[in-house]
Design a protein around this ligand. Sequence first.
Ligand SMILES: Cc1ncc(COP(=O)(O)O)c(C=O)c1O
Length: 367
Amino acid sequence: MKIIKSGAKFSAIVKIGEDLREESKKTGKEFLYLNRGINQVVNIDLSKIIPMIDFNSSALQYYPHSKGMPALRAAINKEFFAGKTSGDNIFVTAGGMNALALVFQTLAVETVYTHSLYWGAYTNALKIAGKKQEFYADFNFLKSNYKTFDNAAVIICDPSNPSGSKADDKELFEILDLLGSQNTTVIWDSPYRRLFFDNTDSLYQKLLGYGNVIITESFSKSIGLSGQRIGFMHCKNTGFNEEFAVRLLYSGNGINAFAQILVEKILSTPEGKKAAYDFKKKTVADITENIKLLKDKKLLAEEFYESGTPVGIFVIVNKSFDELKERNIGSVPLSYFTKRNDIDTEKYSRICVSVPKDDFKRFFERF
Ligand SMILES: Cc1ncc(COP(=O)(O)O)c(C=O)c1O
């Protein structure tokens, strides 16, 4: 069988998780799995929402609209854009990854720039789409070099995966203004942001002022539903949207109707809004405590937060994968998230701080 080799690799982070679980099984020791990229403080409580869903309905049993259910797109418009965009600019996708993969395929650019500390999946999805990946050192670099991104798109991820650093929104808009002045396409991929904000956050409305911005979003992080595989793409460019719609249709023939109805209920009913509010409140409270503990114990790698605030859900600690593993803490070496050679990546790891604070304290007391 002849095959096309994309050069993309299977996730190495998945392998770390499998190895740690294997070791835990063998040794009987309890591990704290901070290698994972999910909110583990609490699950969103869906008990009041599930009874609202009619499983014996055509809406749930038949093919949904290939761009996403109109009711969900209307709810997304209200929640993220205060109703100021058109449902026609919103496309429901199978999570942020699916949105990104289709955006990469659809854009006619040679290169996509990511932060020098970046989510490794970008590399693989870009390889599959036949795009080159280049790096900008940090947001200051974007500001000084905004004229140099010819035939390229730029991804902005804030708060960052892997550092959990949040830049000032003012600075982000300065960058958007500069890149907008060159008509450089910006892929706004910030799925961690809405964990920390509710719909009073006006950032997405302001993004509507930029015709060069494509938003990829996810419900995996902000409301903890990574298992449902649901997110969306927003863009105002009709030509781009036409091509995206076709690719979305022929990649999956629509997104799971249950996931769409579930998220629509969470975004638009009082019970759903309360469940999302409680989830975010409890999650952020423990994340904040956990980061404070790391700071107090001088384990937070402060050098990565000189121009941003560590908010989570990840942070970089000044301990290696092995040092953490000796204390039964799972992590991912920083070398998985950067190609920079001015950092001694072996000394640092990315950990997820979105776990119950008592567990976190119990394990980090070992330092
Ligand atoms: C920066 C970033 N973007 C997008 C995603 C996509 O998430 P999902 O495909 O679960 O929606 C993730 C997931 O880890 C991420 O870290």
